[in-house]
Design a protein around this ligand. Structure first.
Ligand SMILES: C[S@@+](CC[C@H](N)C(=O)[O-])C[C@H]1O[C@@H](n2cnc3c(N)ncnc32)[C@H](O)[C@@H]1O
Length: 274
């Protein structure tokens, strides 16, 4: 029998905490993500991308960043979860100027049935495509994404790996007013399936347990690249993160290469041209 999930006690920080707010603080960095997308598209195509489609958009935070970058930028975000979309509309879109609001639309739509004008750029970030657990299902999604692009469109996804990613671990990152936990709860090496949670712990020792849960297959980079090519993309390129010489840590700059390193834990972008 599944263990009953304890809700936070009334009066605690966790009780009144908004999970989307803490997710945004702990997980997302939409500014650097859009920097990478904007620059890479311009390098590849010799012009600026203007219309962005954000698949699995959640609260649409990345799309909001996009429409704030330029008065001609437009964005559409697709997600299946109306609660999450509503949060984005009320908290992120409402904070934009009326002109920016007119250039963004968050829609309750399955990415597999996307019905949108051809996009310059499609994003599927924070590893969301890993919810497709078979080669056929993932290839089908990649085919749909490719079909949704303009003729010179580019598809951006991220991926993670390294030997730490296969371990059942709970990794803590501390922020000023809370701790963020990335919890790799289960990993099955036979199917590649994994179950992960995000938890938040606050200064009064209250917890927002399982604020988010991901039931995924942890795909490897060769598998993902093969499937993107099978889906018809003409060029598929991994962008590896550069290293800060002083700290030895990632420097947030990504460059195209076919040679990675045996890091215990890495994140890359994969850029696919239609
Ligand atoms: C990991 S969250 C992604 C959040 C956001 N993209 C980010 O970068 O932080 C995955 C989202 O995908 C949505 N989702 C799952 N299956 C979907 C599908 N078939 N079509 C559209 N959205 C889907 C879920 O509702 C959830 O909001």
């Amino acid at each position: 029998m599944a263990k009953k999930q304890k809700s936070p006690r009334p009066g605690t920080i966790a009780y009144s905490a908004d999970r989307h707010e803490y997710y945004e603080k702990a997980v997302q960095c939409v500014e650097s993500e859009i920097d990478m997308v904007d620059e890479t598209y311009e390098n590849l195509r010799g012009k600026k991308a203007r219309f962005l489609r954000e698949d699995f958009c959640g609260t649409g935070n990345t799309s909001c960043e996009w429409v704030q970058r330029h008065p001609k930028n437009t964005a559409i975000g697709l997600d299946l979860d109306q609660e999450v979309l509503d949060w984005g509309i009320q908290n992120k879109i409402a904070a934009l100027s009326p002109k920016q609001q007119a250039r963004i639309n968050l829609v309750n739509q399955n990415v597999l049935n996307a019905n949108c004008p051809p996009a310059d750029v499609i994003l599927a970030m924070n590893f969301s495509y890993q919810l497709f657990k078979t080669r056929d299902a993932l290839r089908k999604y990649f085919e749909k994404a490719r079909a949704g692009l303009a003729d010179d469109g580019v598809f951006f996804i991220d991926a993670y790996g390294g030997h730490e990613s296969y371990r059942q671990i709970k990794e803590k990152t501390s922020f000023d007013d809370f701790d963020y936990y990335w919890h790799q709860k289960k990993y099955n090496p036979i199917t590649g399936e994994m179950l992960c949670h995000i938890h938040f712990k606050f200064k009064d020792n209250s917890w927002l347990n399982k604020a988010f849960t991901y039931d995924w297959r942890l795909w490897t980079l060769p598998e993902i690249q093969e499937l993107l090519k099978e889906a018809g993309f003409s060029k598929v390129q991994v962008y590896w993160e550069g290293t800060d010489k002083k700290t030895g840590e990632g420097n947030g700059e990504y460059y195209p290469t076919n040679k990675g390193e045996d890091d215990p834990s890495w994140i890359v972008y994969i850029v696919s041209e239609k």
